[in-house]
Ligand binder design. Sequence first.
Ligand SMILES: CC(C)(COP(=O)(O)OP(=O)(O)OC[C@H]1O[C@@H](n2cnc3c(N)ncnc32)[C@H](O)[C@@H]1OP(=O)(O)O)[C@@H](O)C(=O)NCCC(=O)NCCS
Length: 150
Amino acid sequence: MAITTRQYEAKDFARLHKLDQECFPPGISYSKWSLHYYLSLPGADCMVAEEGKQIAGFILAEENPPLGHIITLDVAEGFRRRGVGTILLREMEQHFAFQGVQSVLLETSVENKSGIAFWERHGYRTEAVVKKYYLGKIDAWEMRKKLGKR
Ligand SMILES: CC(C)(COP(=O)(O)OP(=O)(O)OC[C@H]1O[C@@H](n2cnc3c(N)ncnc32)[C@H](O)[C@@H]1OP(=O)(O)O)[C@@H](O)C(=O)NCCC(=O)NCCS
């Protein structure tokens, strides 16, 4: 079955929260409160990838042109390395570009080797380290991509 994408709907909330809990360690994954907070931001954009009725992943971002911020990208374990993250990221970048975003920023744990490999593959470059960003002890890379450049 093919992967399809669509906009987030309120009925997805519980499944997205569960997926985020599965994708990140406790304390780094979002509480229901914080996920709800990010989804409710005025510039929030959230896209869901599905195979049939199964949620394969989602991307949550915030646009504030000329800046865009990727809040999280979560792909369910059984769907990884099948291009789902790439599909979601490309759609969000296209949407960002349409909205006038020129530069996309994100943070990822310095310990998240697969995440870093994924972002680098898509043209994101480390700009700075944010000390003790996660749980007050794990550093994060701040990564950026200028849209239109590969
Ligand atoms: C990082 C993540 C989003 C990647 O999603 P995905 O759907 O598996 O990614 P894709 O299949 O589109 O991969 C595209 C490319 O990224 C790189 N990549 C992805 N996962 C990788 C891994 N585990 N190790 C090394 N490179 C990886 C590869 O270059 C890959 O291309 P290839 O499969 O042809 O080698 C997914 O592993 C995930 O959800 N992880 C947990 C949450 C997370 O860390 N999110 C990102 C930080 S916010």
